[in-house]
Write a protein that binds this ligand. Sequence first.
Ligand code: C5P
Length: 312
Amino acid sequence: MHFRRHATHLEIFAPAKINLFLEVLARRSDGYHEINTVLSALGIFDTLKFAATDDPEIVLDCRWAHGLAARAAAKPTVPAHELPLDQIPLGPKNLTWQAAQLLRNRAGISMGARISLLKRIPAAAGLGGASSDAAAVLLAANIAWRLNWPIEKLAAIAADLGSDVPFLLAGGSAVATGRGERLSSVRLPPLHVVIVKPPVGLSTPRVYAACQARATATGPDALLQLLVAGRAALAAQHLVNDLQPPAAHLTPWIEKLRQEFGRQPVLGHQMSGSGSSYFALCRSARQARRLAATLRARNIGWVSYATTEVSI
Ligand code: C5P
């Protein structure tokens, strides 16, 4: 995660993620599913400002970057399970707030924080926005509260906050197993993607609940070997997301986006995470930028292009 130190606060850039591969293997007794997934951090960021305070309170303010807020306001009423873009809880319901609170409790300190969040990553999109904001708080608080915990100790707290939080704490690309918290990092060449978040979002528990776990795992080895070899066009034929069929039952947007991307000259395409965002792999950054411009004219929601982040 990128940081900037200012005199009064830390500024952190919290990246989005996409899932290039996601197999759902079995439902566990704790209600989670065993998964086998490949994640990559994307060059689209929420900006978080974190200032330590002597006052024990954690104060959070949050706003959408220009454009997203306007779209949220213009959106028609949607069914209850399709969360609107503008629905960001403040206070104890916000994962960012919870991250600060949990770290403070575990560290046994009484300092507080003022956190200000500028959102560019759409919510309820399968892009890891809330998880990344929570990971950013752990990293920022670790510095600002002078805890100096090693990353492994922060990762344990990250896993308690959500299945994707440990990955977003680490960044780059990784294979994740367990419920998504057991990581093995991989170094992949940058990939150029176009992402669309339709006007409706999806709830992760609902999508998992509607998913039929697969009997046999294929694993991401074929995909990873091709990606590492820089053969993105062939690798794109090995994209997998087991959550896409159940998500397509919950909203017609997934099929609509599949068909839209099917008409475009992209390397491959699929839904990210539990949706509702959908992405395509492109041949180049230039192709991604051009395709994003074409899709923006289609009135299919939020459209962006980005390159995956290669970890240092
Ligand atoms: O871990 P996280 O809070 O992101 O998970 C949200 C919900 O998504 C879980 O409560 C569970 O219903 C579902 N989930 C799952 N299996 C996973 C990850 C999430 O069933 N591996």
